[in-house]
Write a protein that binds this ligand. Structure first.
Ligand code: CUK
Ligand code: CUA
Length: 678
């Protein structure tokens, strides 16, 4: 052995050595299997030389090899964690395995997606998407920002994931039994949002905070009347776990001053029942740079302090349920003065245009970063409660009581330039992304976390540079009452130099950091380009908490009702019925044919078409597409689906299965013949 292998074996960590031995024995077994190695060899020394040769040929450093060994996931081996990442303005969610960082799936949420047959005729999906339309305006995209996994007792339970659409002020519900979007609701108060979605510890409420102040219900008002007529809001959507749906008629909102509410987080354990949202633009800047007014970025950055909004959610629920509300677009809203009178809203000063608020796993502290301040500010929930009990507040312009900064702040820690978002692990560390440096800072928590680490409390202990602009970071189980540590993903924007040039529009870059070993340097061990919209946030769940179906429970399952569809078609029940100019088709799909294979109709007919995939095998999805009519379905094993259209165009239309489902998949087809009308 020569070069780095010999020099480093004695100083490598045990893990590295063990993994190297694994690699070598893997190579040996390949060889014994008659693998194509190109050279004759009879012992492990030569084999390790082979691994060395590969490392040399590819110019890999020892650190590279360690990173590869930590992330390489052999074919057939599953990942330990699953990350649900926002798909940004693709409007979707990415499902990514960790540590391999393999993208496993995209979940279609706000944007029609052909592979999943989402938004191309299938009735259930059309209804879900239509739920997000605004006053008759068809919205076919979204800007997803913050996924939130459902929680039980403050821990991810693997049942649902929720996400917001910042651009259009909507919230979606995805069921993790089949990884499909079941519901989209439109916020009745605001056209946009930002602070969504976040869940309370038992997922009773989904939090959707606002962002850019506007008249509630988006009615017209001159921007000259911003302070009087524009407002902020936070909405609490009631989630019903049994039906897996948001109950719109049990949901409510709170009217807020026209500051720009940003992100929220729910209290947990000691702070359960409370909700925290940061805000900026307490200056109430209204822009107008073209008229000589200060631009937004200057106007909204003058104050030294903005306000964290602190809500007593339990009390707000009481007030909403007592009917002490006004209605905006038919939706109950607790007016701002009622919120103040009922003592369910307080402000806490937070420095310099803050972005995000994160509650520690024990629920005792709220961490806020000021984008223009090199510190994170840590607030004590206990001190907030003491300050509320003590009274003697100052009030802001809108009459909201302000808790004094010095009374409620626990500590401020200088972490670096442009701090944004904070995550937690199981070893008493917090991690904060630094947009401007850019890097990820690791610092120690105090309080109940003191004994978990050796360093002093509330101290910066390490920074790992990351590639280019980091926004959010996500740690394994990082928003729960019991984070795992182990892995942290730095979600970087615009990967300028990490990948091959693919033109002026840059992909994003997820960098995986190994935060598993305390006291180490938490190295970057993988770069994953994201070739789609700009993800903002992600949550990472232990893979063994997920138990999705392999096939739908029974033949004829309607994924959107969760029941057997009334138009289920069993084998032998296929038929076509005409009633006036309405034609109804009951079809089955099975490898490798549709029944019927001929559908003869007339121009001007209204067609209602039901298809059931009667397969029970895991790998037996069938697609169904009709040209011209923009019909494209994905029908998973057991699924029953329906679509409708008007046969406006005559001609011969070959329909076919779009999934390569068998050797005779190309034969899985049929003809729809539409006879012209005279
Ligand atoms: S925001 Cu994008 S980096 Cu929408 Cu959570 Cu902070
Ligand atoms: Cu079914 Cu191809």
């Amino acid at each position: 052995m020569n070069s780095w292998l010999a020099k480093n074996l004695n100083i490598k960590t045990f893990v590295g050595l063990f993994a190297l031995i694994m690699l070598i024995s893997l190579a040996v077994s390949c060889r014994e299997d008659g693998g194509d190695t190109g050279t004759e060899a009879s012992g492990s020394a030569e084999v390790s030389g082979n691994a060395q040769a590969i490392a040399d040929a590819r110019g890999l450093t020892p650190a590279d090899i360690e990173a590869a060994l930590k992330t390489y996931t052999p074919s057939g081996t599953h990942d330990d964690y699953i990350m649900f990442a926002s798909g940004g303005h693709s409007g979707q969610i990415y499902v990514i395995g960790m540590p391999s960082m393999r993208i496993i799936k995209t979940i279609a949420v706000f944007t029609p997606e052909p592979w999943q047959g989402y938004g191309y005729g299938a009735e259930g999906t059309m209804e879900v998407l239509a739920g997000g339309n605004i006053d008759g305006s068809n919205i076919t995209w979204g800007d997803t920002h913050h996924p939130a996994l459902s929680e039980t007792g403050g821990d991810y339970d693997g049942e649902f994931v929720f996400i917001n659409d910042k651009a259009n002020g909507r919230v979606a519900v995805i069921d993790l039994k089949d990884f499909e979007t079941k519901q989209i609701v439109k916020n009745p108060l605001a056209l946009g949002d930002h602070g969504g979605t976040f869940v309370t510890p038992d997922t009773e409420w989904l939090i959707e905070g606002g962002q850019y102040g506007s008249p509630l219900g988006w009615e017209y008002a001159s921007i000259a009347d911003y302070q009087e007529d524009y407002r902020g809001m936070v909405t609490f959507w009631k989630f019903d776990r049994a039906s897996g749906r948001i109950l719109e008629d049990q949901s409510f909102a709170i009217e807020l001053p026209p500051y720009w509410q940003d992100l929220c987080d729910a209290g947990k354990l000691v702070s359960d029942g409370w909700v925290f949202c940061n805000s900026f633009n307490t200056e109430m800047a209204t822009g107008g740079v073209e008229d000589g007014e200060p631009p937004f970025e200057a106007g909204a950055s003058q104050n030294d302090m903005d306000y964290m909004h602190v809500f007593n959610l339990d009390k707000a629920v009481e007030v909403a349920q007592s009917g002490n509300t006004i209605e905006v677009r038919g939706f109950p809203v607790i007016p701002l003065d009622t919120a103040v009178a009922e003592e369910l809203l307080y402000f806490v000063p937070e420095p310099k245009s803050p972005h995000g608020v994160d509650v520690t796993p024990d629920g005792a502290y709220m961490v806020v970063s000021g984008k223009l301040d090199p510190h994170v500010s840590v607030y004590s929930f206990e001190k907030m409660q003491d300050a509320i009990a003590a009274g003697g507040f100052e009030f802001d312009t809108y009459g909201v009581p302000i808790l004094a900064f010095d009374d409620v702040v626990e500590v401020q820690i200088e972490v670096g330039l442009g701090p944004l978002h904070t995550q937690f692990d199981d070893k008493g560390y917090a991690y904060t992304s630094l947009f401007l440096e850019p890097s990820v800072a690791r610092w120690t928590l105090g309080g109940s976390f003191s004994d978990l680490h050796e360093e002093e409390d509330w101290t910066l202990v390490h920074k790992t540079p990351v590639q280019y602009n980091v926004g959010h970071i996500a740690a394994a189980e990082g928003d729960t009452v019991s984070p795992d540590g182990q892995y942290l993903v730095s979600m970087n924007k615009w990967a300028i130099d990490r990948f091959n040039n693919v033109g002026p529009l840059l992909p994003q870059n997820f960098q995986l950091l190994d935060i598993g070993a305390p006291g180490t340097t938490m190295p970057v061990i993988y770069d994953l380009p994201i070739p789609d919209g700009e993800p903002h946030y992600a949550q990472i769940i232990r893979a063994d908490k997920l138990s999705p179906w392999e096939v739908y429970p029974e033949i004829g399952w309607n994924p959107h009702t969760g029941e057997i569809d009334e138009n289920v078609v069993q084998l032998g029940e296929e038929r076509i019925e005409r009633n006036g100019n309405q034609v109804e088709i009951w079809m089955t799909a099975v490898r490798s044919h549709f029944t019927p294979e001929h559908v003869e109709i007339k121009q001007g007919d209204h067609v209602i078409w039901h298809i059931t995939n009667v397969e029970r095998a895991y790998d037996a999805t069938h697609g169904f597409s009709i040209p011209y009519y923009n019909i494209n379905l994905s029908i998973e094993p057991g699924e029953a689906t329906t679509f409708e259209f008007d046969a406006t165009e005559d001609g011969v239309f070959a329909y076919y299965c779009t999934e390569f489902c068998s050797a005779l998949h190309l034969e899985m087809t049929g003809y729809m013949m539409i006879e012209p009308n005279e």
